[in-house]
Write a protein that binds this ligand. Structure first.
Ligand code: SF4
Length: 346
């Protein structure tokens, strides 16, 4: 069965002016999200994950930020460059976002119920009474006990997990086509994290939601994602279906991320780390951004930008090791590293 696109981002680049110079935070990022599926964007802090989705939502402060190129189409309709008034017709209604820190994302001076109802009044033209009734219903759907009482409370009266549920209730109020979840469970303990992820999965089925999930947690990716985009230094370095990334990844950075995942054997051995730090995005490297940290780097990696190599179907990676003329010895070295790690991942 052919898949329908919910969101298509092409060649997105974003820069920020700072006192130290221009930071090239997102560089030529492209991805597609299928309807009803979850695309996880993973990578370490500062790799451009959040800036990518904030640009799509029109949340980049301009100045100092600016989108220098690219397009983001929601069900075929361009979102980038829309005037705020038009963009507001999309945000909350057709595409919405949940944030890592629900407490700062919500208005502390309004009750939770009123905040959810506000979205419905603005986008669905409901009366205040109807919107409030719907808000209580949404709180119940997100499994908040005693929703009628809870709707009358302020954010500070909620626990972290409950507040995250309330924000999810607000974000799905208008039944959006796309939900962007930016590290939605990072601030929560593991039990609540599992509950929130289960809730998102249930809502995805119920509303046929397409989800972009930003995370640095590969455990969350394994549970939630259909597709995965691995970002490093403002670029997508590998992308594919979940099994492609977990069992057939071809990029040394993806291999390093997987090796750094805590496993059941973690107590028996030291946790692996990727030595070094990401490049300076004031002047990104001419060649591969991962070069300085890569155990397989060749001279071409430093000199020439890494092209996109297709591995199979929708699985591709940007790495010179995938060039047909790359030295076999380096490829074999990576292969044997990944084989030794695979038993831990499975
Ligand atoms: Fe390593 Fe070269 Fe591949 Fe970059 S292009 S990840 S430096 S092998």
């Amino acid at each position: 069965m052919s898949k329908t696109l919910a969101l298509e981002v092409k060649n997105l680049s974003v820069e920020f002016d700072t006192y130290g110079g221009v930071v090239k935070a997102v560089r030529d990022v492209s991805f597609q999200l299928n309807k009803g599926e979850t695309l996880a964007i993973v990578g370490e802090s500062g790799c451009g994950k959040s800036v990518t989705v904030q640009s799509i939502m029109g949340l980049i402060p301009t100045p100092p930020g600016r989108i220098t190129s690219g397009s983001a189409k929601l069900d075929g309709e361009e979102m980038l460059g829309l005037p705020t008034k038009l963009l507001n017709q999309y945000r909350g209604k057709r595409i919405s976002m949940i944030f890592q820190d629900a407490m700062s994302a919500m208005n502390p001076t309004m009750t939770v119920g009123k905040q959810i109802a506000e979205t419905l009044v603005v986008h669905q033209n409901l009366s205040r009474r109807q919107a409030m009734k719907e808000a209580v219903d949404l709180l119940a759907r997100t499994k908040i006990p005693e929703p009628e009482q809870r709707a009358k409370q302020y954010p500070f009266e909620f626990s972290g997990g409950m507040l995250q549920r309330a924000m999810i209730a607000m974000s799905i109020a208008c039944k959006p086509e796309v939900l962007i979840a930016d590290e939605p469970t990072t601030a929560l303990d593991v039990t609540i994290q599992a509950q929130i992820l289960n809730l998102l999965q249930d809502l995805q089925k119920e509303y046929e939601l397409s989800i972009v999930l930003i995370t640095h947690d590969l455990g969350v990716v394994a549970k939630m994602a259909h597709q995965v985009a691995v970002m490093y230094a403002g670029q997508i370095v590998e992308m594919g279906e979940i099994d492609d990334i977990f069992y057939h990844s071809r990029h040394p950075y993806t291999a390093g991320l997987k090796a750094a995942m805590p496993s059941n054997k973690a107590h028996e051995q030291d946790l692996k780390v990727i030595e070094g730090s990401p490049p300076d995005l004031f002047s990104p490297p001419k060649g591969c951004g991962f070069c300085a940290r890569c155990d397989y780097a060749m001279s071409i990696c430093e000199q020439r930008p890494t092209p996109k190599f297709q591995i199979s179907g929708d699985h591709y990676a940007h790495c010179w090791l995938l060039h047909p003329e790359a030295p076999k010895s380096e490829r074999q070295k990576l292969d044997s590293f990944m084989k030794s790690e695979r038993s831990d991942v499975t």
